[in-house]
Design a protein around this ligand. Structure first.
Ligand SMILES: [Mn+2]
Length: 358
């Protein structure tokens, strides 16, 4: 297991690479080039500069989160072929600079949603929260406006103005789309890119839908063990793999995350993991808690043990954390403060060390 930390990139994050390097046993960052729109090929010069910046700080960069999938691919439009070609070009250029894993998602239109970005907890910290009824009463435009007001100067990945400009058109385009059509479109994409992933030795790792509940009438597909199974079976290569996100799959009450890790990890299909905890408030609503088991509803020891037992050799990152120690004044991205995620990383490392020693 390699412990990594998400860093949004130069000018995109108030957390510095040096701060990340000072977290005990941190080996590298997971990053992206956020300003390049989905569907365009990433310029080699930009990749080289990003790689040099990270290496210069003494950290590795082996995982990209994310190279986004253009909506034309998800919708199966004739224009998808050009976007897929650009995707392959991006993969080739990333491979040249040592990238070994690409995280992406197949979520229609929006790539995640919360009702609250800075929800106050009794201890004075704040965190992201999902309240189903709250979102049900908002339009996507209203939710986007709330995010823009709350998140300040940053564009949130998945909620870029460019994406939102076309939101009505996109929502209409998905209306009435059958699940089987969506899966067929995913298969078309996988059949095109996986042979290249094999050639370039890049592990593709799809991220499940977050949250695992339909919002704004959009289809939500990769939300459970059965859906993940179906997605992986679309293309049998191990290069068609999973980002096991405990906070996304685990936000469906009753989901057995350790069993999923044992099943998919046992087959060598988990390449990357987001490991975080969450606290259920009822059947559908939750907030993102600190990482330790007693703070939330997921059994973090059982999760790490399942990774350990299946000999997991991929990358793990602590996922979202709370804003603590007055960090909200430091213009962090929602969910992506420094301190609580650093505590999460060391906690997970501690479990890992204990497991290794029996
Ligand atoms: Mn995740």
């Amino acid at each position: 297991m390699k412990m990594t930390f998400r860093w949004f990139g130069e000018g995109q994050d108030t957390i510095t690479l040096q701060e990340i390097r000072q977290i005990p046993m941190m080996t590298g960052v997971v990053t992206s080039l956020l300003d390049i729109p989905a569907g365009e090929a990433w310029q080699e010069e930009r990749i080289r500069a990003m790689k040099e910046t990270v290496s210069g700080a003494g950290l590795d960069v082996e995982v990209i989160e994310s190279v986004n999938i253009h909506e034309d691919i998800k919708l199966g439009l004739p224009s998808r072929d050009e976007k897929i070609e650009n995707y392959i070009l991006t993969m080739e250029r990333l491979a040249k600079y040592g990238i070994k894993c690409i995280c992406y998602n197949m979520m229609p239109v929006l790539d995640w949603a919360r009702s609250h970005l800075y929800y106050n907890l009794p201890d004075g910290s704040n965190t992201m929260r999902y309240e189903a009824a709250f979102i049900k009463n908002l339009s996507p435009e209203e939710l986007a406006a709330r995010y823009a007001a709350e998140s300040g100067e940053y564009e949130l990945p998945g909620w870029e103005p460019e994406r939102l400009k076309n939101i009505r058109k996109l929502l209409d385009a998905y209306e009435g789309m059958k699940e089987e059509t969506f899966y067929a479109n995913m298969k078309y994409f996988l059949d095109a890119i996986i042979p290249h992933a094999e050639r370039l030795n890049i592990l593709m790792a799809v991220h499940p839908d977050d949250p695992p509940q339909p919002i704004f009438g959009l289809p939500k597909l990769i939300i459970s063990r059965d859906n993940v199974r179906k997605y992986l079976d679309l293309h049998p290569s191990k290069f068609n793999g999973l980002t096991l996100c405990t906070g996304s799959l685990g936000a469906k009450k009753g989901a057995d995350i350790p069993a999923m890790i044992r099943e998919f990890g046992g087959e060598g299909r988990i390449h990357f993991a987001h490991v975080r905890n969450l606290k259920f408030e009822n059947e559908t609503d939750f907030y993102e808690s600190a990482h330790p088991t007693p703070c939330g509803s997921l059994d973090m020891f059982a999760i790490m043990k399942a990774f350990h037992d299946t000999n997991f050799r991929g990358w793990i990152r602590p996922d979202h954390g709370r804003m603590i120690w007055n960090e909200e004044k430091q213009k962090r991205r929602p969910g992506y403060g420094l301190y609580d995620r650093a505590l999460g990383a060391t906690y997970l490392q501690g479990i890992w060390e204990a497991l290794g020693r029996g």
